[in-house]
Write a protein that binds this ligand. Sequence first.
Ligand code: 58G
Length: 245
Amino acid sequence: MKSFYVLTLFPEMIEQTLSYSITGRAINDGLINVEAVNIRDFTKDKHRHVDDYPYGGGAGMVMQPQPIYDAYKSIGERAEGSRVLYMSPQGRTFDQSMAEELSKEDSIVILCGHYEGVDERVIEEIVTDEVSIGDFVLTGGELAAVTIIDAVSRLVPGVLNKEESHENESFSDGLLEYPQYTRPPEFMGRQVPDILLSGHHANIDKWRREQSIIRTYDKRPDLLEKAELTDKEKKFVQQLKNKER
Ligand code: 58G
């Protein structure tokens, strides 16, 4: 079983968010284990404070190192040698390849900051990877942490069933998904493409692959540079580019 240990001031945000849908089922099936450790339980302050004013002045509060360090130590040998992620806008941007890399780890520790962040010394002491989910600032690291846990968990064998499978998932070859349709065959005068109703599976596969390439070209041309394409598909991309002129 794969374990995620989350150091946070808001353990319910982690537990509740992941209790739904596919991640909730994975937890119930014992495929993944999520343990949120409340940093405030490790304060030695008589008022249970976990933050203080920044040295050198400036706005806001900074999380103190001692409660975070003691919360980390409380996980004990279960997390020894595990990677410790700090969610921050200054981190390496998370993507599908990082999700695949992290899905191979036995356990992962994630530190969630709040306020203006965390005292640098505890980051130096325990953090192995500073990770960002994108170029924006959140009020806390929790939403970023559940994003990482969700993306990694769905890659753990058994978490997705046959229907939910990511075998054909376009992102694994660096392309966007082809368009999907379900019943009814006509909606607001818009028809499902005939080919999908034809039952001709080889043609359907070919059409979907083509659609993935067209979509990636239209919406995320930057992804095409790194996508895994056959020589024939590279020529198809060239044809799309030539249509511009
Ligand atoms: C500057 C501002 C430095 C992750 C806030 C540190 C966490 C965005 C992401 C912080 C986050 C992301 C305090 C609140 C980290 C701390 C946390 N914001 N893009 N905010 O992944």
